[in-house]
Design a protein around this ligand. Structure first.
Ligand code: UT7
Length: 324
């Protein structure tokens, strides 16, 4: 049987840091409010000449190095983003060119904050099909470009970053749950698309505005409910018990959402990887970013069972269960 194993991980945060205190100098907010409601202390902001593909390149290079492979061995790139460099071509093909890869294929996935889970699930299925051997899966975002910096209800919540995994195909005759990605589930419900959106699409209108709009309370409520239920569904499907999970790496949107979801799942708080304080919500980049940081700090080790899950605009949500 063919399974997908995480061979390498990487992450990138742009140099410029914007703290809560910095933001409170140009909008009516405070560190106390932001940290108290979200657990966020600071976010990183891409330099004026840095695009989503540039952030993706740095994270990918780190993942390639960590995997100990040559970029040319990669036969597929799947890049999750909701802040692409341009309408077309895809950011994935720009990344492919930056990495000087001349073979295989590259494409983008657009599922907002659930983007990395969608990309990982897609990559896993491509590997299981037997058609691809080494896939670069990336989440990369420059949300600073789509924030209304006068809107305190949204501008304090997001930041720029990228994260990447190298997935490799391995053949195992052992137990179904012995190695790599066990299983994944992705879901969406477009009925809620107006609860969290960014306008300014090329087809919809000539609207020059392209800012994030959000009904925060509704998003919060659905995030907790849907993340809890999808994790329960995935555990049932894989016959894994919540106590068997070594680490929980959720989408890093907001500390209160993480706490509420973990509480509903009766998950030990000490098993949750939390990095949102340092970089705010980086959408599709947040899961590989948190995972890379937890591996580098020695928390997540080879053989650990890890649960990844996310929720985002659409609404979209999903979860992946794996052995690192
Ligand atoms: O991947 C999904 C991404 N989305 C999320 O993670 C967001 C989920 N939602 C949330 O986490 C919460 O809804 C927020 C943190 C966004 C907001 O918390 P809340 O408890 O729902 O606050 P609220 O929107 O009800 O606002 C409460 C008050 C309002 O003032 P009044 O009307 O009560 O006087 C807001 O104007 O807080 C005010 N407010 C702020 N005050 C200081 C809103 N934003 C700010 C701010 N600083 N940045």
């Amino acid at each position: 049987m063919i399974r997908s194993v995480i061979k390498g991980v990487g992450a990138y945060l742009p140099e410029k840091v914007l703290t809560n205190e910095d933001i409170s100098k140009f909008v009516d907010t405070s560190d106390e409010w932001i940290f108290g409601r979200t657990g966020i202390k600071q976010r990183h902001i891409a330099a004026d000449d840095q695009l989503t593909s540039d952030l993706a390149y740095h994270a990918s290079m780190e993942a390639i190095k960590d995997a100990g492979i040559a970029a040319s061995e990669i036969d597929l790139i799947i890049l999750a983003t909701s802040t692409p460099d341009q309408v077309f071509p895809s950011t994935a093909v720009k990344l492919q060119d930056k990495l000087r890869i001349k073979s295989g294929a590259a494409f983008d996935i657009h599922a907002v904050c659930s983007g990395f889970i969608y990309a990982l699930s897609t990559a896993d299925n491509f590997i299981r099909s037997g058609n691809y051997k080494k896939i670069l899966v990336v989440g990369s975002e420059t949300y600073s470009r789509i924030l209304d910096w006068n809107d305190r209800s949204t501008c304090v919540l997001f930041g720029d970053a990228a994260g990447a995994f190298i997935l490799e195909s391995v053949y195992t005759e052992d137990n179904l749950l012995d190695v790599g990605i066990y299983d994944s589930i992705i879901r969406s419900d477009g009925e809620y698309r107006e609860k969290l959106f960014c306008d300014g699409g090329p087809s919809m209108s000539g609207n020059q505005e392209h800012y994030i709009n959000m009904d925060g309370k509704e998003v919060y409520k659905h995030a907790v409910e849907k993340q809890t239920s999808i994790v329960e569904e995935l555990l049932e499907k894989t016959e894994i018990k919540i106590d068997d999970i070594d680490w929980f790496v959720p989408h890093q949107a907001n500390l209160r959402i993480l706490d509420a979801t973990a509480k509903k799942l009766k998950l030990d708080k000490n098993k949750i990887i939390i990095t949102v304080e340092k970089h705010a919500n980086t959408s599709s980049a947040s899961i590989p970013l948190a995972m890379t940081s937890a591996i580098k700090s020695g928390k997540i080790m080879r053989g650990d069972i890890v649960l990844l899950e996310a929720f985002g605009a659409g609404f979209t949500w999903g979860a992946v269960l794996l052995k690192y």
